[in-house]
Write a protein that binds this ligand. Structure first.
Ligand code: TRH
Length: 383
């Protein structure tokens, strides 16, 4: 997909406003921050990111001060979304992330200011996404709000992937990985495979760790987070950033919570990445390595539909044995049981999945990344 022409430096940059409410964890802030940065860096847009909990953003990006109501970082104006927000007129494009309710004051002016109003939805690999992506929904005052669905198909809104991510990943190799680990005080050992772990609570964690301890050598790399409690219970000692622990063939190193760019480097350095939610799940695909996805739990187990839909796409065309072993382990991880029983077969197919991973990433980006598609989508509607 061709990119729009480079920004003209004499014309004022088009302004986009991105509104983000942090529901929980880091995904809402993570997705919005990534998109805001990319739109500013690659498309020369003047991006304003309004966020109700800048402290979530501060964990992901060094240099952000959550106490400041307004600041500029990585080309983006970051504004705290508080009770008085929404009085100033929006830019040409207004993105409401994940159906967050826009401020009343802002909604009241949309019929007059008429920005292109987009609801950026959560990611799903389900088929119905393609039929809904890009549809307008009439709102009060004759204004349309467009549904923008990220996704895995050409007919969807695509996946966020910055140009810098592609080039830096392409240049990353085992020497870089070892250097990165050394900088974090971790010595890489020959013959040892690496597993990164970013997970919600996980009842089956202990049985998996036991098995890892009694098999081939693995180095488990865990950024600080809520999984540390379960890990510490298994290790029989409290764990925090900097902790080291070993049992049998398993070595464990706890890292600090990394900034977004450094978290990518962790993913690129591992044999297998256990990820969760939405944004780390996408980043693990750009890592071009096998991944284990813990979907964000939803009512009525709706997340299993999302998991199935993604597995169908990811595993399409793979040898039936590889696909079955992978599906079984991903389901066991999400059901939080029978993980130990499913591990040996999944471990055996990791090399085949690694071979598949690079082609999969290329295929996903073939029709353009999310920002490229979004910019085209807006250009065609703004005229
Ligand atoms: O944190 P998540 O579980 O986030 C979410 C939210 O819960 C949200 O409400 C939900 O709807 C959504 O998931 C599906 O997982 P996610 O999406 O992977 O976001 C994590 C972010 O944190 C991502 O941008 C990567 C980043 N990260 C770091 O920057 N450093 C780290 O060390 C780690 C572990 C993650």
């Amino acid at each position: 997909m061709s990119r729009p022409p480079a920004p003209c430096h004499t014309a004022p940059a088009q302004r986009w406003d991105l509104w983000c409410r942090v529901v929980d964890n880091y995904g809402d802030a993570g997705v919005c921050w990534r998109l805001a940065r990319q739109l500013a860096a690659e498309y020369g847009l003047a991006v304003q990111l309004w966020i109700d909990r800048p402290e979530a953003l501060a964990r992901l990006q060094p240099g952000i001060d959550p106490a400041r109501p307004r600041q500029h970082c990585a080309g983006v104006d970051i504004l705290r979304w508080d009770a008085d927000s929404g009085a100033s007129p929006p830019g040409a494009v207004l993105i409401e992330a994940f159906a967050c309710e826009l401020p009343v004051a802002l909604r009241a002016q949309l019929a007059v200011t008429r920005p292109l109003w987009i609801n950026l939805e959560y990611l799903s690999a389900e088929d119905w996404i393609d039929g809904c992506h890009g549809l307008p929904s009439p709102q009060a005052g004759g204004v349309a709000k467009y549904f923008y669905f990220p996704g895995f198909t050409p007919a969807s809104g695509g996946l966020i992937c910055e140009a810098t991510c592609r080039s830096a990943r392409a240049a990353w190799d085992e020497t870089a990985a070892r250097g990165w680990l050394a900088a974090h005080g971790i010595d890489a050992r020959g013959g040892e495979r690496r597993l990164s772990l970013f997970a919600y609570e996980q009842a089956a964690l202990g049985e998996w760790l036991e098995q890892l301890a009694s098999g081939e050598p693995w180095l488990l790399l865990v950024p600080e987070g809520r999984i540390l409690e379960a890990l510490g219970a298994w290790a029989g000692q409290p764990l925090a950033a900097g902790s080291r622990y070993a049992r049998g063939a398993l070595r464990l190193a706890v890292l600090p919570f990394l900034d977004q760019d450094d978290y990518d480097r962790l993913l690129w350095s591992c044999t297998l990445n256990a990820v969760r939610g939405e944004d780390s799940f996408v980043r693990a695909q750009w890592a071009r390595r096998p991944l284990l996805w813990q979907a964000y739990r939803q009512a009525q187990d709706a997340h299993f539909d999302k998991l199935d839909a993604w597995l169908q796409r990811w595993l399409a065309g793979l040898d039936a044995g590889v696909a079955d072993a992978t599906r079984r382990f991903q389901l066991a991880w999400n059901r939080e049981r029978d993980v130990a029983a499913a591990w040996p077969e999944f471990a055996a197919v990791l090399p085949a999945l690694e071979q598949h991973a690079a082609g999969w990433a290329e295929q996903l980006l073939h029709d353009g990344d999310l920002a490229a598609k979004l910019v085209q989508f807006t250009a065609s509607r703004l005229g």
